[in-house]
Design a protein around this ligand. Structure first.
Ligand SMILES: *Cc1c(COP(=O)(O)O)cnc(C)c1O
Length: 485
């Protein structure tokens, strides 16, 4: 190797051909993997995979991208979890659309950073157009703004930061945030990061459909006032992570208005309805929010990460503004230079917006909406299957695309034993690699969960996976009888 060899890896005009070859070969390998994938997972354990990764000598480079790709087949690609597979039914992960993957390849090669105009140019304007587009779909009005974030967790944190700063109360110990018992844990994490007391997040109970009980919210808000505390924010969830349930947004908006409280709508999951051709009305009321979280990487079929926080009043974003002489000096505001860092919790920031841009330009909003509608319909079919099947108990009829259910053997009444059978079935399924399902709790008991975000999954896949689950659970209960005797 000559001393100049490392330069051969820099992406510049001289090496444009090497870049082309490299990316093409990488794309070939991934395409071959995805075309040939047998199941969503090989079922490998961390113990069996770790030696392969530990054996890699990081101080001895291969000097050859093809050789590095060969190695990657063993360390990663062979045993990755493939969300593209129709029997990956576990978490809120989606298969990705090709225009977005193309955007990803472009944005990392050009490597714009969205903190300032002088590091991004058109990229900043593209991001701003997409923020406006999303705010318009929500109906936030003419003063709306927002910024792309790393995910729903950061979006919720920023929204609650703005809510706290807009709140007149000085004493953080007096602030209360209201969110349903099914809201995302990032609400609590945000409260902690914002220095709020441990009991600051008031958990509001849900009805049997896992939607916030507005009578309970009204009661909690009145109690808050009586106790001399300050309601800092109400968080409504439009698509709970477990049940896909949508809180009654108009009623919650009414109560938030009555108590002069910031309304945040966490639509990390439910944002897919913004482009739905059939179910957009389920989001009615979202237009009354002060801030909204949307995760395009959940229901817009975008690669991780792609997410945004939107606000009704762009002035509120000033709470995230700090000036640095080296980056965005105060005068750049007067000069009207569009520096997105003024609105963001991040500094150096990816041009994730390009993925959504490419998707809208190739597939269109209706195209995404159609895909999301398909998975919601699939969940409705899955619910009918489960409701008719005496082997299973299903919790709620889905509004979006999740199903929470559990296997209930006819012969066994002990709920703890049923818990164990369901836990076993999930583990055994994962180890087999035939399908992947998630798990959660409902009413204190262990349940299984399908999150359906793959339009290629069919009702027959769902039926087949239910049979696999029942098979593993029965096997466990049979073995358990043997153990007991
Ligand atoms: C997934 C999720 C989040 C967190 O989003 P990330 O992108 O994973 O950080 C927040 N709220 C809800 C309702 C979610 O489902």
């Amino acid at each position: 190797m000559s001393l100049l060899a490392p330069r051969a890896h820099l992406l510049n005009g001289l090496n444009a051909e090497a870049y082309r070859r490299c990316i093409a070969e990488g794309a070939d390998r991934v395409a071959a993997r995805i075309a040939g994938v047998q199941g969503p997972f090989t079922g490998i354990t961390p113990e069996r995979l770790a030696p392969t990764i530990d054996a890699v000598d990081l101080d001895r480079p291969l000097h050859d991208p093809s050789a590095a790709l060969d190695e990657l087949e063993e360390t990663y690609l062979r045993d990755a979890v493939y969300f593209h597979h129709p029997r990956y039914l576990a978490h809120l992960n989606c298969p990705v659309v090709i225009p977005a993957v193309l955007g990803e390849a472009v944005l990392s090669a050009v490597n714009s950073s969205l903190d300032t105009w002088d590091q991004s140019a058109g990229a900043t304007l593209i991001e701003r157009r997409l923020i406006d587009w999303t705010a318009q779909r929500i109906g936030l009005g003419p003063a709306a703004d927002g910024v792309f974030t790393s995910g729903g967790t950061q979006s919720n944190l920023e929204a609650l930061l703005l809510a706290r700063e807009e709140c007149k109360t000085e004493d953080p110990a007096k602030l209360r945030v209201f969110a349903s018992e099914c809201s995302h844990f990032s609400v609590q994490k945000s409260a902690k990061l914002l220095g709020l007391p441990a009991d600051s997040v008031v958990s509001v109970p849900c009805d049997r459909n896992k939607r916030m009980l507005t009578v309970a919210l009204a009661h909690e808000l009145e109690k808050c006032a009586r106790d001399g505390l300050t309601p800092m924010a109400v968080v409504a969830t439009a698509g709970t992570t477990d049940f896909g349930s949508i809180d009654p947004l108009p009623e919650i908006a009414e109560l938030a208005g009555l108590h002069d409280t910031w309304l945040h709508v966490d639509a990390a999951y439910g944002c897919g309805l913004l482009v739905s051709l059939k179910n957009r009305p389920l989001l009615d009321g979202i237009e009354r929010a002060d801030s909204v979280t949307v995760d395009y990487h959940k229901s817009f079929f975008q690669p991780v990460s792609s997410s945004a926080v939107l606000v009704r009043d762009r002035e509120t974003l000033r709470h995230a503004t700090y000036h640095a002489d080296y980056l965005n000096p105060r005068r750049t505001v007067a000069e009207r230079i569009p520096n997105q860092v003024d609105k963001s919790l991040q500094t150096t920031r990816r041009f994730d917006a390009l993925k959504l841009w490419m998707t809208l330009r190739v597939l269109g909003a209706d195209g995404i909406g159609e895909l999301f509608d398909e998975v919601c319909e699939l969940a409705a079919d899955g619910w009918r299957l489960l409701a008719l099947d005496p082997r299973f108990d299903v919790v709620v009829e889905p509004q979006l695309s999740t199903l929470v259910f559990r296997y209930i053997p006819q012969s066994i009444a002990d709920p703890a034993e049923i818990d164990r059978a369901n836990l076993h079935a999930r583990k055994a399924l994962f180890a087999s690699g035939d399908a992947i399902v998630a798990g959660t709790k409902a009413g204190g008991r262990h349940y299984l969960k399908f999150t359906l975000l793959n339009p290629e999954t069919t009702t027959a896949d769902i039926a087949a996976v239910l049979d696999l689950i029942a098979g593993h659970a029965e096997q466990y209960l049979g073995d358990s009888l043997v153990r007991a005797s």
